[in-house]
Design a protein around this ligand. Sequence first.
Ligand SMILES: NC(=O)c1ccc[n+]([C@@H]2O[C@H](COP(=O)([O-])OP(=O)(O)OC[C@H]3O[C@@H](n4cnc5c(N)ncnc54)[C@H](OP(=O)(O)O)[C@@H]3O)[C@@H](O)[C@H]2O)c1
Length: 325
Amino acid sequence: MRTRRDFLTTISLAAGGLALAPLAACSGTGSAAAQSASATPASTTSAPTARGAMLMRAIPSTGEQLPVIGAGTSGSYEVPLGSADHDTLQDTIRVFFEGGGRLFDTSPNYSNADEVLGALLDTGDWRERCFLATKIAEDSREAMEAQWAESKRRLRTDRVELLQVHNLRAWEIALPYARELKAQGATKYIGLTHFVERGHADLERIMRAEKPDFIQVNYSVNAPEAARSVLPAAQELGVAVLVNRAFDDGKLFAEVQGRALPGWAAELGIGSWAQMFLKFAISHPAVTAVIPATGKPDRQADNLQAGHGELLSRAQQDELVAMFA
Ligand SMILES: NC(=O)c1ccc[n+]([C@@H]2O[C@H](COP(=O)([O-])OP(=O)(O)OC[C@H]3O[C@@H](n4cnc5c(N)ncnc54)[C@H](OP(=O)(O)O)[C@@H]3O)[C@@H](O)[C@H]2O)c1
């Protein structure tokens, strides 16, 4: 029999430095999405936004706080510069920052997404507000250096907050290079990413050996395997976790078309399936932030809403996993 354990999460008004109070208990018994019974939660606080407080989680290596809802650029930001879709992204990014968002994840592998994001961040004071995460995705040191120079040009910046090795590609070369850039102040944090279950074992092995600041991994109601290994390991090691593909690249929306939310959703203030899928991701105590991609302002607002209110109980997480198995 597995141990039952309640995870007490604390909330505070981060900007105002107001008093601490209990926020949510995330507890339950074992399941396919089993979480480490010995794990303790990432510290969770909240920062004021127009709609109230967005939940925040601490990056274990520094204690820096990040809003739990971030954004990705894959697909959704790969649009022609100056197009109507690009104009729509101006609204999307404004909704994101004004709604309390801060973390953007991108990659030189996403065609022109870096160029689009760089131009958008340049239109306001967004770059200063943004926790910008990008990646190294090359095979040789020479190619990585050229790619990093190009990333800075496209993103219109001389530094990023997080530099990740994309899908562990040539990680024996990329990780030392990322560490050098960190020592030079070109990135504040370094990380490793993967996006499918077959990469989890390598991701965990390399994380244990190298102890990066961050990992990024896929985790969703229909792909909860990370909760068996990678997420508890990250928690044990004090490594921050970004969750990608929380909507399974959008495929989950086709599955829930015409399907009602569970009866308990309203009690938690969950008003859409997007919010439900994102709440599932951030309810694992190892998770620092989830990075859903959207190019649409109304969907961006919908996604941000998941960063508010109570987390899912362990029983609710199990119910969702069973529903999409
Ligand atoms: N190996 C890696 O490092 C790796 C791999 C995969 C992903 N990632 C990162 O993780 C991010 C997220 O993953 P992802 O983009 O693959 O997939 P995802 O976030 O699971 O799904 C994105 C899809 O969901 C749609 N969507 C977003 N919000 C919605 C909403 N509220 N309602 C309905 N549909 C919505 C988007 O379409 P619209 O744009 O039309 O709204 C898009 O088609 C990526 O952008 C990337 O930054 C990294």
